[in-house]
Design a protein around this ligand. Structure first.
Ligand code: COA
Length: 263
C-alpha cells in the first residue's frame, strides 16, 4: 500500500509529504493517523531539528478532509462524526501547533479546507506563487472543523477571516501573505529551497530556546497578557539552568559562534 505521508531527512530537517496526489492530498483518516505517527518519531529524534510539510504532485498541498470518508461518519450520527472526524482533525492541528520543533508548511498548490487549517496551525509557512487558499466548507453546508473558525480570525483578524469563511472563495498566495497566513511567496521551483533556508535560519539557534519561543508565543496568544507573561517566565525558567544558555551567553561575551548541545 502507498504510504500516505512520505518522509525524508535533509540536513537535519524532516520533510513530510502528504501523498495522495490523485485525490489532491485529501486528508483521509489514514493520512492523519500516519502524520501523527511521523510526528511522534520526529519528536524523539534529536538529530531532527525542524519539520517541513508539503504535498505530492503538481496541483495540491491538500484539498482538505476526505469528503467521501467523513460523509460516512456523518451518516452514522453526530457522536461518531465528532469522534472519527472532528476530534481526529483537531488533534492533528493542535499537535502541529504545539510541536516544540519548528513546523514549516511549504504550500505547493491549493490549500483548501483542512489543508488551509494545517497552514494556519503550523509555525511558519512559505507558499509557491501557484498556491491558492480557501475555506470551502460553507459550500458543503458546514463550518470548518479542524480549528479553522478559531485560528484564522486570530491570524488575519475577524472580518478578513469571516470573508473567507463565509464566502468560501479562493484567494491567491500574495493575498494569503497580506492576511498573515504565510510568511513568504516564492517562485514555484524555489519552494523547497526557500523552506529549507527558513528552517536553517531557525535551527542555527539552540533547540531549547526555539521550543521555548514556540510554546510561549503559541500558548500566550490564547490567554490574557498576565497569564501569557506567566507562561513566558515559565519557559525562561526551563531554559535558565541549561548548558545551552551558559554557552550562548559565553559565546556572545567571547565574540565567537555558539556550539549548541540541546542540553
Ligand atoms: N475529499 C475527497 N476527495 C477529494 C477532495 C476531498 N476534499 N478534493 C478532491 N478530491 C478528489 C476528487 O474526488 C477527484 O478524485 P476522483 O477523480 O477519484 O473523483 C480528485 O481528487 C481530483 O479532484 P477534482 O475535483 O476532480 O479536481 P478539480 O480540479 O475539478 O477541482 C477542487 C478541485 C479543489 C475545487 C475540488 O476537488 C474540490 O472542491 N474539493 C473539495 C474541497 C473542499 O471542500 N474541502 C473541504 C473539505 S471539508
Amino acid at each position: 500500500m502507498t504510504d500516505p505521508v512520505l518522509y525524508a531527512a535533509i540536513d537535519g530537517v524532516a520533510v513530510l509529504t502528504l501523498n495522495r496526489p490523485d485525490k489532491l492530498n485529501a486528508l483521509s483518516y489514514g493520512l492523519i493517523d500516519r502524520l501523527m505517527q511521523r510526528l511522534d518519531g520526529i519528536e524523539e529524534d534529536d538529530g531532527l531539528r525542524a519539520v517541513i510539510l508539503t504535498g505530492a504532485g503538481d496541483r495540491a498541498f491538500s484539498a482538505g478532509a476526505d469528503i467521501r470518508e467523513f460523509a460516512g461518519s456523518v451518516e452514522r450520527g453526530p457522536a461518531v462524526a465528532g469522534r472519527e472526524f472532528v476530534r481526529r482533525g483537531q488533534a492533528m492541528t493542535a499537535r502541529l501547533e504545539a510541536f516544540r520543533k519548528p513546523v514549516i508548511a511549504a504550500v505547493n498548490g491549493l490549500a483548501y479546507g483542512g489543508g488551509c487549517e494545517i497552514v494556519e496551525a503550523v509555525h511558519l509557512a512559505v507558499a509557491s506563487d501557484r498556491a491558492t487558499f480557501a475555506k470551502p466548507e460553507i459550500a458543503l453546508g458546514m463550518p470548518p472543523t479542524f480549528g479553522g473558525t478559531q485560528r484564522l480570525p486570530r491570524l488575519a483578524g475577524r472580518k478578513r477571516a469571516l470573508e473567507l469563511l463565509l464566502t468560501g472563495d479562493p484567494i491567491p498566495a500574495d493575498r494569503a501573505q497580506e492576511l498573515g497566513l504565510v510568511n513568504a511567496v516564492v517562485p514555484h521551483d524555489r519552494l523547497l529551497a526557500a523552506a529549507l533556508d527558513l528552517a536553517a535560519r531557525v535551527t542555527r539557534h539552540s533547540p531549547l530556546a526555539v521550543g521555548a519561543v514556540i510554546t510561549a508565543a503559541t500558548r500566550g496568544l490564547n490567554m490574557g497578557i498576565a497569564e501569557g507573561l506567566q507562561v513566558e517566565a515559565e519557559q525562561f525558567g526551563r531554559v535558565a539552568p541549561t548548558a545551552d544558555l551558559v554557552e550562548g551567553l559565553a559565546a556572545w561575551t567571547q565574540r565567537r559562534a555558539p556550539v549548541w548541545t540541546g542540553r
